[in-house]
Design a protein around this ligand. Sequence first.
Ligand SMILES: [Zn+2]
Length: 265
Amino acid sequence: MPKYRYEELTWPEVREAVAQNRVAVLPVGTTEQHGPHLPLVTDVLTASEMSRLAVERIPDEAVLMPPVYYSFNEHHMDFPGTIAVPGETVVRYVTAVGTSLARHGFRKILIVNGHGSNVPFLDIAARNITNETPAIAAMASWWSLIPTDLLTRLRESEYPGGMAHGCELETSVLLHLRPDLVQMDKAQKDINFQPTEFFYWDLQRPSPIFFQEWFSRYSKTGTVGDPTKATAAKGEAFVNAVVERLAALIQEFRLREIRPRADHH
Ligand SMILES: [Zn+2]
């Protein structure tokens, strides 16, 4: 298998990876509490492991970047363990990583996100990279790559709320990827956020409004969802589906034509 881990390449090998038009895949997670049963590293682990498995399928078409471990999650600070970085810093930091890649000649940068609250900041970072360099950058959250029919078929928890944070979905994925880090005896259902027509949380189909309040206002355990419904078999099905679509996305993105701009002034 060709080398695909960015940090293990030498500089001539980076030049070669650029010549091969490889896609730079950057996993971004966060370090934050995930309830009493999941580790702080959950969002880093999901994004980086799914990215690794996808890149390993097509190792001469992509390079896997070291993951970003810290990001925006101030709203989780009432629980021990969370490391909060201002959103503006996340935008600048990820933009700088992508800009560096573009300066070395990479033209396709794909950010793989593992943390819901990263979405607005990584969207802006990807746009910055595209606007400020000759490269194009895109961002995908791993859960949005799960086919809807698979998700609805396997899902046992209620909607909305069962799949939000440290939930049926994330716990299943961790049970598959790192069962040694899951303490299922401590997993508790916690859906106490007073769901209304407009105010609710769920990864399968998010609420139509953007809103995030202090996590401790609506969760006693640090979980939002029903992790008691999680199984390793569901996790394996979710991971396999995401990895397959992520590999296809990387291949499509690699071949995407970057057309010249036209200045119509
Ligand atoms: Zn998470």
